[in-house]
Design a protein around this ligand. Structure first.
Ligand SMILES: [Fe+2]
Length: 281
């Protein structure tokens, strides 16, 4: 037996074991006692192997290695899919770490000009990390998400930058009865900027959109007074429950909110939604 065949048999055995892990995870829908990062590491190693084996003439090992990497990739994807909604948001949803910071940078550039200060980039990357492990997006836990990014920025660059992150959320700022930071404006610009075809598939995959629509439907049924900022067509779209109509009207509402508030006008459109234990400030 040659070395390639023996190695391929080991790889094939590993693929069978990993396939059982995938099946078990589909049954359990959660992971305990396992460090996910170790499988992420072995998955990356597996991708390297499927390039490394054939380039050294180990064809059988490459074929078996493809099964290993497929099983490991499936397992990592399932872990992500079964994680709390806030984690899914940061991994591949509204606040995807590989996309959202760059869209905010574009929003900032359009509103305030070029990003000379590197601390801005750090803020763009950390301000929404607090969604990690949150069981909801717009509930009390999700609404407390600015606290993690604010703590990181405060530790790195001082209180002013901590507040810059903390007050990027309209609802968090309203709860503290403080004005939003300029990061909020750039963050809201992202909603206008991001096309539905890019936004909706991700939020449907994470499930975020259904929570957003439920909140929007409740909002559509609430009239906050004669000066309610929600207009008739936005209210109808919110009430429809249709994701495409909902997103169109979120963009329209946010475009008007931004035009009204980007120069520092007091935010009379946003109302306190949650108070209580989920918040540390
Ligand atoms: Fe954000």
């Amino acid at each position: 037996m040659n070395g390639d065949l023996i190695n391929a048999l080991f790889e094939f055995g590993a693929a069978l074991c990993l396939g059982r892990n995938v099946a078990q995870l589909r049954r359990d829908k959660r992971v305990q006692g396992v460090c996910v990062s170790s499988t992420v590491f072995f998955t990356l190693w597996g991708y390297w192997n499927v390039w490394f084996y054939p380039s050294n003439g180990f064809i059988l090992s490459c074929v078996a290695g493809l099964l290993v990497v497929a099983a490991n990739t499936a397992w990592v994807c399932l872990v992500a899919a079964y994680s709390p909604i806030g984690t899914r948001s940061v991994l591949y949803g509204v606040h995807a770490f590989w996309l959202h910071p760059f869209l905010i940078a574009i929003g900032w550039w359009r509103l305030y000009g070029f990003l000379w200060d590197p601390r801005l980039w750090v803020a763009f990357f950390v301000h929404d990390l607090g969604y990690w492990d949150k069981p909801n997006m717009d509930g009390p836990e999700g609404e407390s998400h600015p606290e993690l990014g604010a703590a990181i920025m405060r530790r790195l660059f001082g209180k002013e930058w901590g507040d810059f992150c903390l007050l990027h959320s309209r609802y968090y700022a309203k709860r503290l009865d403080r004005p939003v930071s300029r990061l909020c404006h750039a963050d809201k610009y992202v909603i206008i900027l991001e096309p539905s075809w890019l936004y909706l598939p991700r939020t449907m995959a994470t499930g975020e959109v259904w929570e957003f629509i439920a909140v929007a439907r409740a909002r559509a049924n609430t009239v906050t007074g004669p000066s309610d900022p929600l207009n008739k067509s936005e209210r109808d779209d919110f009430a429809s429950g249709d994701p495409w109509r909902w997103h169109r009207s979120v963009q329209s509402y946010m475009r008007r909110w931004l035009a009204h508030h980007k120069d520092g006008a007091a935010d009379t459109w946003t109302r306190v939604r949650h108070k209580g234990e989920a918040f540390s400030q």
